[in-house]
Write a protein of this length. Structure first.
Length: 57
């Protein structure tokens, strides 16, 4: 796992076509924007985990 510190306006690239940009950071609240191709699925962690748990049931 890679852990990075970024300030609002800064971003990281995942591969050549996924950009994760910090939009706002305030007192433990982090907002970020993700730019990715439409064929890349993006879901919140709790939704992903619920799907995995449902598939295993």
């Amino acid at each position: 796992m890679l852990v990075l510190g970024r300030k609002p306006g800064e971003y990281v690239m995942i591969g050549e076509n996924i950009k994760v940009k910090v939009v706002k950071s305030d007192k433990g609240d982090l907002r970020f924007a993700i730019e990715a191709p439409r064929d890349v699925s993006i879901v919140r962690g709790e939704i992903y985990e619920a799907r995995i748990a449902a598939e295993g049931a």
